[in-house]
Ligand binder design. Structure first.
Ligand code: ADP
Ligand code: ZN
Length: 644
């Protein structure tokens, strides 16, 4: 057996590598550089942890893990300790004597993995330390986690990451592995360039997350819709709700609490202690719903987040995919749910327009927003659209940066074409194909109203007023401006306000109409309106049903990534359920004692497998996924006792 595989078995207790993990691990153990592009939950950590352990055992010293997530380093290192792996972190939370003690242990060769923040790595003291380690042949590996932080195109840009080129320049012989879940081509190209990874082997996994169900609903009363979604499908389960603004985060957390949910706020405006405290509660307790801005989530490796909801639309598909990807890391069914409406389109457009960025940058941002709008308006498979978006980008980078393994791009388009022809069976549009109506006539009436009113009054008007004209409502404002005389007045009386709003949203999404935020959100025609006005371009829209439920109720179907998914707690018989509950209570106590999240001790799936097996002796725990040698030794007897 290879040393990598025996580490996987003995230390981690996993029977086999997942997807490209094995190839990556072997490559890095052999001293090669690697760029790893894998979706969230794909299993990136093992890709550097296994090589670090193997190389340390071979006398090559310590692996340095660069990670921007100071708030999570304690738990990451704690998880390694639970596995019996000597690890430590160096960051600003340590005092001087603690840091000095770690340096001493490092030089004594006692540490296998050292986590450090990027700003720390670039300090003269740290570089000096690495020099000493290197001089003794004790610098085994550099792992650069969340590598997209190096790029201004990623949404987590950290200038300190730019300094990491020093690692390669100063110690070119030490292998490097950079990892990210970012699927965006521009960002990837930037990572290669900024970290000088041109010669690194690239490993790209499929970005499909089959266990996540995607649904995008029309926004009516988002708070009520969200509550309904959570109560129907995820009562008592952990989830994240993304909001646009800090104010909205706080309001929503409060409202959810008033409705009996265990909800917490998280945004960059909260004091650091509160953020840390709320994050810890989310990680350590069960069933917490985190209401957050995008400041929350990077590196959160909680495996049992059952849903990610967006009550406001994100900026682009990359952000959306990364955020939703935080659901269901354990491979069990999870939901990505978004409520989307006209105001979202207007807000996002305005934020781009008003940002201080240069015009080129804005143009890129607009293009990315348009792709997301197309996803939101789509009436066909969402997953096919998502994968298609990344697939195209992959092909693009292929020809430009001349290098992504072609198999990878093929793998992507494989799943894309499979889904685009047959549907994925696990998104809202596939589960309940929406009714589509031909809105071309309605769109033309709206567009020509905008045009005529502008002609007649010399100024623009907002959506509400324009819809009143089309529907023929003689409001005071309509009379004041004499708009009953507009030739389209009342021509759209048969359309409901919801229909008109939907058409308008689509017209804005198509850039046929723009919204002037400086002038009371008045609407203006753009060039793209012309083919629609002329009847050359049809507008097809999802029919808005008055009370369409948030999503189809989940028939407890299991679409797990693994070939043989571990038994879910729900599948256990009554006696096993009782054992499972007892094991969870025991785990909670251990986690509290060790000040670690419960899943670091054992995953739910591991506990469920133990409960199903009803072990009466230690050896009966063998072969259960997630029980390595250290955990067996440390907890095996206890687990057997609890089961009895
Ligand atoms: P990422 O960092 O890519 O988001 P993680 O490294 O956190 O993903 O892994 C996601 C989950 O999958 C973790 O709970 C991890 O323990 C588990 N995992 C990773 N590799 C394997 C494997 N080969 N077999 C079983 N479980 C695995
Ligand atoms: Zn689908």
């Amino acid at each position: 057996m290879s040393s990598a595989l025996s580490v996987l078995h003995d230390v981690f207790g996993y029977p086999q590598f997942r997807g490209p993990q094995e190839a990556i691990v072997e490559h890095v153990i052999g001293g090669g550089d690697a760029l790893v592009l894998m979706p969230t939950g794909g299993g990136k950590s093992l890709c550097y942890q296994v090589p670090a352990i193997v190389r340390h055992a071979a006398g090559r010293g310590v692996a340095i893990v660069v990670s921007p997530l100071i708030a999570l380093m304690h738990d990451q290192v704690g998880a390694l300790h639970e596995l019996g792996v000597p690890a430590a972190f160096l960051n600003s939370t340590l005092d001087w004597t603690q840091a000095e003690d770690i340096e001493r242990r490092l030089l004594a060769g006692q540490i296998t993995l050292l986590y450090a923040a990027p700003e720390r790595v670039a300090t003269p003291r740290f570089l000096g330390l690495l020099d000493t380690l290197h001089a003794h042949g004790h610098l085994s590996l550099f792992a650069i986690d969340e590598a997209h932080c190096v790029s201004q195109w990623g949404h987590d840009f950290r200038p300190e990451y730019r300094q990491l080129t020093v690692l390669h320049e100063r110690w070119p012989g030490v292998p490097r592995i950079a990892l990210t879940a970012t699927a965006d081509a521009t960002t990837r190209a930037d990572i290669v360039e900024r970290l000088q990874l041109q010669d690194a082997a690239r490993f790209v996994s499929s970005f499909d997350r089959p266990n996540i169900r995607y649904a995008i609903v029309e926004k009516k009363d988002p708070t009520r819709q969200l509550l309904q979604f959570i109560e129907r499908e995820h009562a008592g389960e952990a989830g994240v709700v993304y909001c646009q603004s800090r104010k909205r985060v706080e309001e929503l957390a409060q409202t959810l609490c008033e409705h009996g949910l265990d909800a917490l706020p998280y945004h960059a405006g909260l004091p650091a202690e509160v953020r840390q405290q709320n994050q810890d509660r989310f990680l350590r307790q069960e069933g917490v719903v985190m209401c957050a801005t995008i400041a929350f989530g990077m590196g959160i490796d909680k495996p049992d987040v059952r849903f990610v909801a967006h009550v406001d639309m994100p900026k682009n598909i990359e952000g959306y995919y990364q955020e939703t990807g935080r659901a269901g890391r354990d491979g069990a069914p999870a939901d990505a749910w978004m409520a989307y409406g006209l105001q979202d389109v207007v807000n996002q457009r305005r934020m781009i327009d008003e940002s201080p960025a240069g015009e080129d940058f804005k143009q890129v941002m607009r293009g990315k927003l348009d792709a997301l709008l197309a996803l939101a308006e789509a009436t066909d498979c969402r997953r096919a659209r998502l994968l298609g978006y990344f697939g195209e980008q992959l092909n693009a980078i292929d020809s430009r940066a001349d290098g992504l393994d072609s198999t990878l791009a093929e793998g992507q388009s494989d799943s894309y074409s499979r889904y685009s022809t047959h549907g994925c069976g696990n998104c809202d549009n596939c589960l309940r194909p929406p009714e589509v109506w031909d809105a071309t006539d309605c769109a033309r009436k709206l567009l020509s109203t905008i045009y005529r009113v502008q002609q007649m009054s010399g100024i623009g008007f907002g959506a509400g007023h324009l819809m009143d004209i089309v529907r023929g409502k003689p409001t005071d404002k309509v009379k004041q401006f004499g708009h009953e005389r507009v030739s389209t007045f009342g021509l759209g009386a048969e359309f409901s306000e919801a229909q008109l709003r939907g058409v308008l949203r689509q017209l804005i999404a198509l850039s046929a109409v723009s919204v002037d935020a400086e002038r009371f959100n008045t609407l203006r025609l753009e060039d793209a309106a012309r083919p629609i006005l002329k009847g050359e371009q049809p507008v097809r829209l999802r029919a808005t049903t008055a009370s369409s439920p948030a999503s189809a109720p989940r028939e407890r179907q299991r679409k797990a990534r693994a070939a043989a998914p571990p038994p879910a707690a729900a599948d256990l018989d009554a006696a096993a359920q009782a054992r499972f509950a007892a094991l969870k209570a025991w785990r909670a106590e251990v986690a509290r004692e060790h000040n670690l999240p419960a899943y670091v001790i054992f995953h739910d799936a591991t506990l469920a497998a133990i409960a199903a097996r009803a072990p009466r002796a230690l050896h009966e725990l063998e072969g259960i996924s997630g029980i390595g040698a250290t955990k067996l030794e440390r907890y095996g007897a206890e687990v057997v006792r609890v089961c009895r």
